[in-house]
Design a protein around this ligand. Structure first.
Ligand code: GAR
Length: 210
């Protein structure tokens, strides 16, 4: 794949990590469902085209997803990278972009899907938490996993402290996963993630920071 779009809803720190990683292929646009998303200004300041498809302007989830898919096709994005994009996507949208739609989620899936993952991890008392890059399938936060990174949960952690520790790893593994998919070294085949090279896959599949 030679081009990608990044979809954001807010701050855009993962978007920033992706753009700073100098991935192979061109970022043809950053698209947000929220005009006020802070990440839009940062992308524009780096010369990346930005678009807004405001979900509040559409009568239904289906209508919004149709407009979003059209915006992606119009800019010519092959790979679609969800980077803090806080919308549930319809099965039709997900099917249309099957195998070229990736998300980052702030937990070690399948633990803690959905929102408030750091609060949930602390409430559950897990000793290890982390983040996951995965292909998107219709079921929320359930798609085949590309890379995960683990971090320790420390005594006295607050949700914010844990989120910051996880976010540092998000910024490392998302560019790694996006690069592998853009280079065709990693793909979705019959609902499973297939790597060209088992050694690279083993190196990248789980990141445990020192
Ligand atoms: C990130 O932690 C990302 O993993 C999470 O939102 C944050 C966005 O931050 N995404 C989800 O929760 C998706 N369900 P960012 O805008 O600075 O990248």
């Amino acid at each position: 794949m030679n081009s990608y779009v990044i979809l954001i809803s807010g701050r855009g720190s993962n978007m920033q990590a992706l753009l700073e990683a100098r991935l192979p292929g061109q970022c043809v646009a950053v698209i947000s469902n929220r005009p006020e998303a802070a990440g839009l200004a940062w992308a524009a300041s780096r010369g990346v085209p930005t678009r807004v498809v405001d979900h509040r302007q559409y009568p239904s989830r289906e209508a919004f997803d149709t407009a979003l898919a059209e915006a992606i096709e119009r800019v010519g994005g092959e790979l679609v990278l969800l980077a803090g994009f806080m919308r549930i996507l319809t099965p039709d949208f997900v099917a249309h972009f099957a195998g070229r739609l990736i998300n980052i989620h702030p937990s070690l899936l399948p633990a803690f899907p959905g929102l408030h993952t750091h609060e949930a991890a602390l409430a559950a008392g897990v000793r290890v938490h982390g983040c996951t890059v995965h292909f998107v399938t219709p079921a929320l936060d359930c798609g085949p996993i590309i890379i995960q990174a683990a971090v320790p949960v420390l005594a006295g952690d607050t949700p914010d402290a844990l989120a910051a520790r996880v976010l540092r790893q998000e910024h490392i593994i998302y560019p790694q996963a996006a690069r592998a998919v853009l280079e065709g070294r990693c793909r979705l085949v019959d609902g499973r993630v297939v790597w060209d090279d088992d050694a690279t896959s083993a190196d990248l599949a789980l990141r445990v920071p020192a």
